[in-house]
Design a protein around this ligand. Structure first.
Ligand code: FRU
Length: 539
């Protein structure tokens, strides 16, 4: 189906057709990265949920494999839902996933590879005595899903946590197990936050306070914080907080209770949900996958024959400069797609102006942009409210300024990605990082709004952003990945060779000086695995 074919991306993971949602059970095995994903084999809307499966050598080029698991048992006949992989010390792989039963009860099931020496892990065995867990007393049968990767405690027992809801509070239950077939439910929740609703796709992992490598899920000790993430079913956002994991009673406490899970930070302020990390032993990093969902109508998704994408995988590190957030950054391998680059040095953008960056077609880009502001010495005026909501046209003394991406020559379609600093009463700056999608498409039935949040900009830092542009997706990273916004846009004019890139400055009181390096990016190779060549697969 060629309808809206220009919205297909060139280097983001998406199936050839039909519906996809959450990433599932990502893992590294014998030289291959494996991605499983919630998939509807029959349609571009959610249903018949099956585990799609793809493999990659480098997290960028992908080969689709046959489905890993299909809904064919009483305990998952309504869907093989989200789950996570645990690699045991002896190399065995344990997959725990939620099944929606014939009676629409959410249960947890165990599966494992039929042949661990197969680098492609083509065949999966569902444990014959599934389910291994059913909703405990006090937990609704439809609010009990998405088991995490397990971690090993000092008592030699594994822990798994599973999100739920109790009296309107988001909670995460903890189970202990030694064999992954029988479990003991702990009395305490790992954590609970009143008013946050059902927690889907909980993720829980350690981050090093000082260090440039990621940590395997069971690592614990001094110099480590733990990150707790939940996907809020009510508002469809991925929220997290950093804190301390107390292994003696398997509870977690946030560093800052005012910024607890769901009250503070989001992984991504754009279209992003149901994310999951895994530990990559090859490069000692923690890698984050996230689902980019659609904002057009189901009718259009059916017409175009597909829905949703996955982000470029991101490494996750603790930000030891701020001490309050993580840094997300596209995996280095995306740089292998770089073609020619163009540099722009100190481009001055005056208040109220737009400057085109002549780089040719602007559909597949890796953009690094630094901005400095030069005061025009004007009187301090009453500052507008800080924040993003007024969009790229909401002018104030110091901003907004940034880039117009996926724009056409006449600016009839454009997506501004920008900074909006404002003076604070104590003489400092408070900066927001935003994406304004409201003019991103002439189509009138797509939902678009202004996204964004505050971003810490430290005293010695310029305003800096990195953008990955891919036809209908923009992943935007501010200040090295402190604040991230994914945009899913639906251009009708700014497509293929008509897509352009501009700088803009809508501040009233400052010139902006921009320095950029912009690479054209190649397309990734994302195709079915040639199964007749399966014998050529070597670890
Ligand atoms: C999150 C989610 C999970 C569930 C899966 C079903 O998007 O609702 O909670 O396991 O999707 O497809």
């Amino acid at each position: 189906n060629a309808m809206f074919s220009w919205q297909r991306t060139a280097y983001h993971f998406q199936p050839q057709k039909n519906w996809m949602n959450d990433p599932d059970g990502p893992l590294y095995h014998m030289g291959w990265y494996h991605l499983f994903y919630q998939y509807n084999p029959d349609s571009a809307v959610w249903g018949n949920i099956t585990w799609g499966h793809a493999v990659s050598r480098d997290l960028i080029h992908w080969l689709y494999l046959p489905f890993a698991m299909v809904p064919d048992q009483w305990y998952d006949i309504n869907g093989v839902w989200t789950g996570s992989a645990t690699i045991l010390p002896d190399g065995k792989i344990v997959m725990l996933y939620t099944g929606d039963t014939v009676d629409a009860v959410q249960v947890q099931n165990l599966a494992y590879p039929a042949n661990l020496s197969d680098p492609l892990l083509l065949d999966w065995v569902k444990y014959p005595d599934n389910p291994v867990l059913i909703p405990p007393i006090g937990i609704a049968i439809d609010e009990y899903r998405d088991p995490t990767t397990a971690w090993l405690g000092p008592d030699g027992k594994w822990r798994v946590t599973i999100g739920s809801k109790v009296n309107g509070a988001g909670v995460s239950l903890v189970y202990k197990t030694t064999n992954f077939t029988t479990y003991e439910l702990l009395e305490n929740y790992l954590h609970e936050v009143p008013g946050t609703g059902m927690w889907e796709c909980v993720d829980f992992y350690p981050v090093a306070i000082n260090g440039s490598t990621g940590l395997d899920t069971s690592v614990n000790g001094p110099g480590i914080k733990h990150l707790l993430k939940a996907s809020l079913d009510d508002t469809k956002v991925d929220v997290y907080a950093l804190g301390t994991y107390f292994v003696n009673n398997d509870t977690w406490v946030p560093d800052n209770p005012a910024e607890d899970v769901g009250l503070g930070l989001k992984y991504d302020y754009g279209r992003y949900y149901a994310s999951k990390t895994f530990y990559d032993p090859k490069f000692e990093r923690r890698v984050l996958w996230g689902w980019i969902n659609e904002t057009d109508t189901e009718y259009e998704d059916l017409a175009k024959g597909w829905a949703s994408l996955q982000t470029i995988p991101r490494t996750v590190l603790f930000d030891n400069k701020t001490g309050t957030n993580i840094l997300q950054w596209p995996v280095e391998e995306v740089e292998s797609l770089r073609l020619n680059s163009t540099d722009f040095e100190g481009v001055v953008v005056k208040p109220g102006s737009v400057v085109e960056l002549n780089i040719g077609t602007a559909t597949q880009l890796d953009i690094f942009a630094d901005f400095e502001i030069e005061s025009l010495g004007l009187e301090e005026t009453n500052e507008a409210n800080g924040g993003c909501r007024g969009g790229a046209v909401d002018r104030s003394r110091l901003g907004p300024f940034g880039l117009l991406v996926i724009a056409d020559e006449t600016l009839s379609e454009l997506t501004p990605i920008y900074f909006r600093p404002t003076n604070t009463s104590d003489g400092g700056l408070q900066t927001y990082f935003c994406a304004d999608e409201r003019r991103s498409s002439k189509a009138n039935d797509v939902f678009n709004q202004v996204y964004g949040s505050q971003v810490p900009v430290l005293d010695d830092e310029k305003f800096s952003m990195r953008l990955l542009v891919d036809h209908s997706i923009v992943e935007s990273f501010a200040q090295g990945g402190r604040t991230v916004i994914t945009s899913r846009v639906y251009p009708t004019e700014a497509i293929y060779g008509a897509a352009r890139l501009f700088l803009f400055n809508n501040a009233t009181g400052v010139n902006v000086k921009a320095t950029l390096k912009i690479w054209q990016l190649n397309s990734a190779f994302i195709h079915p695995f040639p199964l007749d060549q399966i014998d050529t697969v070597k670890p």
